[in-house]
Design a protein around this ligand. Sequence first.
Ligand SMILES: Nc1ncnc2c1ncn2[C@@H]1O[C@H](COP(=O)(O)OP(=O)(O)OP(=O)(O)O)[C@@H](O)[C@H]1O
Length: 348
Amino acid sequence: MTEHDDYDYDRSALRAKLAAVDELPGSPKPNPILSVDNIVRRFGGVTAVDVAHLEVQRGAITALIGPNGAGKTTFFNLITGFDRPSSAKRMFGPAEGTATWTFQGRQLASTSAFRVAQTGMVRTFQLTKALARMTVIDNMLLGAQSQRGEKLGVALFPFAWRAHERELVAKAEELLQRFKLFEKRNDYAGSLSGGQRKLLEMARALMSDPAMIMLDEPMAGVNPALTQSLLGHIQDLRDQGTSVLFVEHDMHMVRHISDWVVVMAEGKIVAEGQPGSVMHNQAVVDAYLGSHHDQDLGDDALLDEDFEAAIEAEDEQRAEEERAVEEYVEAVRAAEESDEPEKDEVRS
Ligand SMILES: Nc1ncnc2c1ncn2[C@@H]1O[C@H](COP(=O)(O)OP(=O)(O)OP(=O)(O)O)[C@@H](O)[C@H]1O
């Protein structure tokens, strides 16, 4: 949770400010928590992300939408340190802009996922195989680790370390109660339903009191009974001081809870605006229609080739993501080990 004085706890005041923002790609915000410039990511011949400028308003629930393959997940991976931008392409003359992004005024380019989380920008990530084999409570404690390094003294004094551990378990249990997962605390995370996994991913991210939480498709696979409570949780987070950036295909959710919508297509930001108006924007209509009409559906050979390439890219993407999450978990564990006093020391 952020302690910034300039956080708009009053949502109508926030919306009034956003109503005055130009509905144009890259438009400046009155109080940005995140600002991104010149971020490009290519996979072979595909330019997955090519964002010239984007500002995300502090205190807002911002939705990032766009057709399949628009680059939303890749963009998330880049700014959270789970992926690296492609190096700037040298043209004749000066280099093409260098990727830079700042979060709460801190430069984050070339920062590892673990360090990014320590700055307060925390994303949810799916349960990889290793995480699925851990219990629910252990998943929660893992979520707290990005914060531990900052607690000076905890690493040095065993009594402080023990008290801190107790504090973390209490906090984890409180969050599990809030997300109705307490009864599952000792179950393997892999045994949870799709909706419960989403709740765990969110609860885990909240262990470090992030200033901004980033949710990748929070509604995917969630049954209707849980939808309402998830929406409620997200709005509560905002009201209590956490800015929210989320990727979602479910337009009902986007309209229902977001204060601002950013639209991506073919790697670029093509529109921004308030949820009630942005979908009428011509660039958005074109992006969504274009995504279904740009293939020659009569050419079976082309279709097969495209299909195979798409499947391959998806497999590669999944494997990359799994690798990045495992790397993150390793970094967390290494930090944990260096924090943890020797067992003898703890007993003494
Ligand atoms: N690791 C990878 N290897 C190859 N291509 C990739 C990889 N990751 C992403 N891509 C490609 O980059 C483009 C953008 O993908 P991305 O998943 O970021 O889009 P998206 O907007 O999140 O899509 P969706 O809404 O379908 O999840 C796609 O063409 C995708 O195939």
